[in-house]
Write a protein that binds this ligand. Structure first.
Ligand code: GLA
Length: 402
């Protein structure tokens, strides 16, 4: 856990040191600049379960947002993105979801400032520069990473800091209320709490986690489909409402059911005929996906690769057929991956409707997967894929490299 602890940049530090130096030069600070970082995430399994108070198993990955900044006395933030050029700013005065103007990337920073202040945490203004190597709009949580990096830059030094789960909940509330995206807590939590070399088993009912070691001998490979996620926001909200309707109808007969987390297979079975057909399928996905998360944690611990492959395949099929959030491109990417020797399992990851797949791959087979994707995916879909071999890293925090 990196919560509150400086990142060690003395080891594999070459790339990191160069990145820090470039950001500092770009900031051109009058005094010493400070640095913070926050990782994106990939979810191994447990999809759409977070907003059903269920279980998820993401890992923070070495695709990160970095920020160099100097605090100032003004109650405002001015931030320049290396990718977008022009500085954007917002003031703390009058900051509220009601007064938010046109949609801009800096809204994620403003949302975090608003939510921190609303939670009673002191915040400070700063002038900063940020860069990111998390591909935008690909489902690897570039927005959550920007929020978590901001939560460190905005924090007043010495003020008590909530733990990673609580900080994630604050940032999630900012995204829900200020930005207006009705996401669950997984992305912010993974970015905040990441543990190098581990996935995180997060219980989204109580917002607590356990680190689950990634087995030696397996790599995490992310394949980006290059397809737009146009339908995502409205379809995501529809799925949430369908789950809520399922809970309401089941709870009429089953006292104590507050969320799909409280429903097991037997309970679902005896209530199926009372649910509209689409709602029944959505509920089936969630109830079984929660069980698959625990089964995956066991299979990772025992190194049961066949079982891992079957669990990934079952999750993907369920997201495609029952939850209906996959896409022809995601299906094509998974089909290519699972045919490559050394690929243990492959499935869509994140919200769906485009974005990325995640594959568990035996060491030494990563390039075979990359070659297969580059050779076959574009022919099948007409789209340009990208393949990233990623590592699980520590969660967001300050960087002390001087
Ligand atoms: C998006 C949301 C998360 C989660 C996933 C699906 O990434 O931001 O909260 O619901 O989709 O698992």
């Amino acid at each position: 856990m990196s919560d509150g602890h400086p990142q060690d940049l003395s080891v594999e530090a070459q790339g990191a040191a160069a990145r820090a130096a470039a950001l500092r030069t770009r900031l051109n600070a009058s005094g010493p600049a400070q640095l913070v970082r926050a990782p994106g995430r990939v979810n191994l399994i447990g999809e759409h379960t977070d907003y059903n108070e269920g279980l998820v198993l993401p890992a923070a990955i070495d695709r990160e947002v970095w920020m160099a900044f100097e605090p100032w006395d003004r109650p405002e933030v001015e931030l320049t993105s290396v990718d977008f050029g022009e500085p954007l700013s917002f003031s703390f005065e009058g900051l509220s979801p009601e007064t938010r103007g046109a949609k801009r990337w800096i809204d994620y920073v403003a949302a975090t400032a608003w939510a921190m202040r609303d939670a009673g945490l002191p915040i400070r203004g700063f002038r900063g520069v940020m860069d990111s190597n998390i591909p935008i709009g690909s489902g690897l949580s570039s927005s959550a990473a920007l929020e978590m990096a901001s939560s460190w830059a905005l924090a007043v030094p010495g003020a008590p800091r909530p733990d990673a789960g609580k900080m994630a909940a604050i940032a999630q509330r900012g995204e829900n209320k200020y930005v207006g995206v009705n996401c669950g807590i997984m992305d912010q939590f993974a970015s905040a709490a990441g543990v190098a070399g581990h996935a995180l088993l997060i219980d989204c009912r109580v917002n607590q986690f356990k680190a689950a070691p990634m087995p030696a001998g397996l790599s995490l490979v992310v394949c980006e489909t290059g397809s737009l996620r146009k339908l995502e926001a409205s379809a995501y909200n529809t799925r949430r409402s369908e789950c809520e309707l399922g809970v309401k109808l089941i709870a009429e007969r089953e006292p104590g059911v507050k969320a799909l987390r409280d429903v097991d297979e037997a309970m679902l079975e005896r209530n199926l005929s009372r649910l509209p057909e689409v709602v029944a399928r959505r509920c089936e996905h969630i109830v079984r996906e929660d069980a698959r998360v625990m089964e995956t944690v066991s299979a990772l611990a025992s190194g049961d690769l066949d079982e891992l492959g079957q669990l990934f395949a079952a999750s993907h099929a369920s997201l495609r057929d029952l939850y209906e959030v996959s896409s022809p491109e995601l299906d094509a990417m998974v089909e290519i991956a699972v045919a490559v020797p050394g690929v243990v399992g492959s499935r869509m990851t994140g919200a769906g409707f485009g974005g990325c797949t995640v594959s568990l791959v035996k060491h030494g087979s990563e390039e075979a997967l990359r070659d297969a994707v580059l050779a076959q995916y574009q022919k099948k879909t007409g789209l340009q894929p990208r393949v990233y071999i990623v590592a699980a890293v520590d969660g967001a925090g300050p960087i002390h490299d001087q």
